[in-house]
Design a protein around this ligand. Structure first.
Ligand SMILES: Nc1ncnc2c1ncn2[C@@H]1O[C@H](COP(=O)(O)OP(=O)(O)OP(=O)(O)O)[C@@H](O)[C@H]1O
Ligand SMILES: [Mg+2]
Length: 506
């Protein structure tokens, strides 16, 4: 055995020597030609290229590994992979399937064929011992995916296929994550320090567009707008606009503004940042908050008219203005902003210009695919600059409950699509202003004895009472107005008499 090995080594050594001599004395071009031919022979028998993607690279988690994991996991359910793993993390909505160790799966993209293999290598005890001293975890392993493809498809792989996997994997992870709602209103807590400016909890509001009671046409319009926005990545970049959209929701209390926000978040699967302006110290604080928000999210400022006095100075100024509306808008904005910026430096306050910058200043583009929503009960109290198109692109009125909205509520709460009392309710809803919140309150089944009929009777009674009250109120206000005009008439008559007496005395 030893003798034959020695013989083999000496033969190989001889060959290497001959190859060395050939390389030295053969013309360069001939040697190159020989190399080329050798590679062709090699490619003929094994024309494949392999790429390895490790779970960790340079000691850090490799983002790509996670995306590939999600992508192949979803593929593996559709394809006939047999060894699968299922995991459920704290932050995901449902379980995630992935390939088990050693399992292989085939994929196709633009006519090219790919093979993926999952494998892991146990790290040596020394290395794992060193690593595990921190986490106390037993034997460490190095997990990887290996992609094998025909070398003719190199360009597809690097140019498109890997990007395609990244995007698909990201989308799968996004759909499977738990939605969060963030708040900035907790800065006084001592344990808050070091956790960033937002605190989050899971967002589990059940509202959807199906359960939202409003005019169906308006609802469809909003849904279409949201779809166009969420699919508008290319469009926004083509027109050179930051990929964001503003919605102003206005209307009386209890008409579903907050419910609409939850429905939008659930529809798009976005996170919500509930921004409490009264907790923001100054403009730079607002900017920091903005920088800590993520893409695919909704930034909400509820009751914007009550949050902060952003209108006072502008209103005082308006009284002095005598120029036209448009001129006023431009000059007002610039002088207002200048004044505010000096005031802001002096007092370190949150100002209108700070908020305007937050919505559509240069920093507002620090994330992508973001929606900003303001809600208010008094649209007229807001500064026109704050809600002009471009900042608040769509103004949505949430109004009192009419028949179409009532039908949605009756379906939600009582599982009723029609009833003999619906016609009477329709008539009353045309005459009486009642918020969907109040209507819903009457439709909730409160005890076991009363069924849908009792709920509808209660609603009719409440509507009739509201109608009587409204009639009484309008009579009273008419009476008041009549008395006021009488008083004015008497007073002007008195003034006239007083004037003529004064003339006579002169
Ligand atoms: N349009 C609606 N569709 C379905 N449910 C509604 C609607 N409007 C109100 N509700 C019900 O009434 C409750 C209060 O509604 P919501 O908080 O959305 O009103 P709001 O307009 O935000 O009021 P506010 O101006 O006082 O903040 C909700 O929990 C929801 O159950
Ligand atoms: Mg609300």
């Amino acid at each position: 055995m030893t003798a034959s090995l020695t013989e083999l080594w000496s033969k190989l050594g001889g060959l290497m020597l001959i190859w060395g001599i050939i390389q030295q004395y053969f013309p360069r071009a001939l040697s190159k030609r020989f190399d080329y031919l050798w590679r062709r022979v090699e490619n003929y028998f094994y024309p494949y290229v392999q790429i390895t993607i490790d779970e960790f690279s340079n000691g850090k988690g490799n983002e790509m590994y996670g995306h590939i994991n999600s992508y192949l996991g979803t593929k593996s359910i559709k394809k006939d992979a047999k060894l699968l793993k299922v995991e459920k993390s704290k932050n995901s909505k449902s379980f995630a399937v992935s390939l088990d160790e050693g399992e292989e799966i085939n994929d196709e993209f633009q006519g090219a064929k790919f093979s993926w293999r999952n494998y892991s290598v146990k790290l040596s005890d020394d290395f794992s011992g060193h690593r595990s001293s921190r986490s106390n975890s037993v034997p460490m392993e190095k997990k990887s995916y290996r992609l094998t493809f025909n070398q003719g498809d190199r360009e597809i792989v690097t140019g498109k296929y890997l990007n395609h996997i990244m995007e698909e994997g990201k989308a799968i992870q996004f759909l499977n994550r738990k939605q969060k709602i963030y708040s900035n209103n907790c800065s006084d807590d001592w344990y808050w320090y070091g956790k960033g400016m937002w605190r989050d909890i899971n967002f589990e509001h059940p509202a959807t567009f199906d359960t939202l009671a409003m005019d169906p046409k308006k609802k469809a319009e909003i849904i279409n707008d949201l779809i166009a926005f969420s699919k508008g990545k290319d469009y926004y970049s083509k027109v050179g606009k930051a990929w964001k959209r503003g919605y102003l929701l206005y209307g009386p209390p209890g008409t579903g503004k907050s419910t609409m926000i939850a429905a939008i978040a659930n529809y798009l699967n976005y996170d919500i940042y509930d921004l409490e302006l009264t907790s923001v110290k100054d403009n730079s604080g607002l900017k920091k908050l903005l920088m800590e928000t993520t893409s695919k999210s909704i930034i909400v400022i509820e009751d914007i008219d009550c949050s902060i006095d952003l209108t006072g100075k502008r209103k005082k100024k308006k009284k002095k203005e005598t120029t036209s509306e448009d001129q006023e808008e431009d000059s007002d904005s610039s002088t207002e902003k200048e004044k505010e910026s000096t005031e802001n430096k002096e007092t370190g306050k949150l100002t209108l210009s700070g908020l305007l910058n937050f919505i559509d200043g240069i920093w507002s583009a620090c994330g992508q695919e973001r929606i900003i929503i303001f809600t208010t009960n008094h649209k007229d109290k807001l500064d026109p600059a704050l809600i002009r198109r471009g900042r608040m692109d769509m103004h949505i009125e949430m109004s009192y409950c009419r028949y179409e909205a009532f039908k949605v509520l009756a379906n939600n709460y009582l599982n009723l699509e029609t009833h003999t009392l619906f016609q009477q309710i329709q008539g009353l809803l045309e005459e009486v202003d009642m918020s969907p919140c109040d209507v819903a309150e009457h439709l909730i089944l409160k005890n076991a004895s009363g069924g849908p009929q009792t709920c509808l009777d209660n609603l009719i009674q409440a509507l009739q009472e509201a109608k009587k009250k409204a009639n009484k109120d309008s009579k009273e206000s008419k009476e008041k107005a009549k008395q006021n005009s009488l008083k004015i008439k008497k007073f002007s008559k008195f003034l006239r008499c007083f004037g003529s007496v004064k003339k006579l005395l002169k």
